[in-house]
Design a protein around this ligand. Structure first.
Ligand SMILES: [Zn+2]
Length: 290
């Protein structure tokens, strides 16, 4: 293509974007990318992950615990943060979020660990028969400690109408605490739109909504779901992208390549300023990543 033809193409694409039409050739998002939600299954998997980060310009990973399933989570996360201090933002495990002593213990741990996130905290997970009340007084105390340390709490909460009501009670109980609802709460854009409108202290991570899971934002090659896209454009400051790797098989380099490529592709379907926020700016602000 000649220089002049290329200029005409760019001007045409810019015009289309201004008109709100999606250019046929939406390019992958190419800016910085923070994985705001992932896990490691052992002490060494982080090496393969960091190698993939370098291949795909993933700048930071927020490394979270898996809610008491892995007893060595705290040690693995701390070791990964020591080995890769510029890349790994550590999360503080909280396996017993409604225990009477949880808040006091968390207060002491956060003071020492310098964690940037608390969690992942399992509030409601059907497959593991976990069903906790986030408005439980013990968890409200956890939220107060989180607010004091300005550290968001990442929760796994598979929303039903009843679970959403309980979550709203927790959000209202401690407005100064930020709750990050992981995996979009396995909910719908319609439900999240209402929650986000009513609760400024709620953020949503889109981790684990990739082509291997349901609900997914998109298949591996297909377009970003229009209802999700509309909500991201409406509330660009409230969403974080994440990959949610956890099992050892997901750390195969080819699988990490597919997941990261998919992530950049769907972000590329968003208006550039929305993509920037969801890809890294919101995570950087929320988790204090310099
Ligand atoms: Zn997770």
């Amino acid at each position: 293509m000649s220089h002049a033809a290329r200029c005409r193409l760019y001007v045409g694409l810019a015009l289309l974007a201004k008109l709100g039409a999606t250019p046929a050739l939406a390019a992958d998002y190419a800016g910085p990318l923070v994985d705001a939600h992932s896990h490691v299954p052992n002490a060494t998997a982080i090496d393969a992950y960091v190698a993939a980060m370098k291949r795909h310009n993933v700048t930071r990973i927020v490394l979270l615990a898996v809610g008491g399933v892995q007893k060595d989570d705290a040690a693995w996360i701390a070791a990964a943060a020591r080995k890769y201090p510029d890349r790994v933002a550590p999360g503080q495990p909280l396996p017993d979020p409604t225990a009477a002593a949880a808040a006091t213990r968390l207060d002491g741990e956060l003071g020492k660990s310098g964690a940037r996130a608390i969690g992942e905290v399992h509030i409601r997970q059907v497959s593991r028969k976990i069903d906790r009340n986030p408005a439980d007084p013990a968890f409200v105390k956890v939220l107060e400690v989180a607010a004091k340390h300005k550290t968001p709490v990442v929760i796994h909460d598979e929303l039903t109408a009843e679970a959403a009501k309980a979550l709203e009670a927790a959000l209202a109980a401690v407005p100064s605490a930020t709750i990050v609802l992981a995996h979009g709460g396995e909910s719908t854009p319609e439900v999240l739109e209402g929650l986000l409108a009513r609760h400024p202290n709620l953020a949503v991570d889109l981790s684990g909504m990739h082509f291997q899971r349901t609900p997914a934002l998109a298949t591996e090659k297909g377009p970003l779901d229009p209802a999700w896209k509309a909500l991201l454009v409406k509330r660009p400051d409230r969403f974080l992208i994440g990959i949610d790797v956890w099992a050892a098989r997901l750390f195969e380099p080819a699988m990490l390549d597919r997941l990261m490529t998919w992530t950049r592709r769907i972000l590329g379907e968003l208006p550039p300023e929305v993509a920037e926020r969801v890809a890294h700016r919101n995570a950087a602000a929320l988790y204090r990543l310099e």
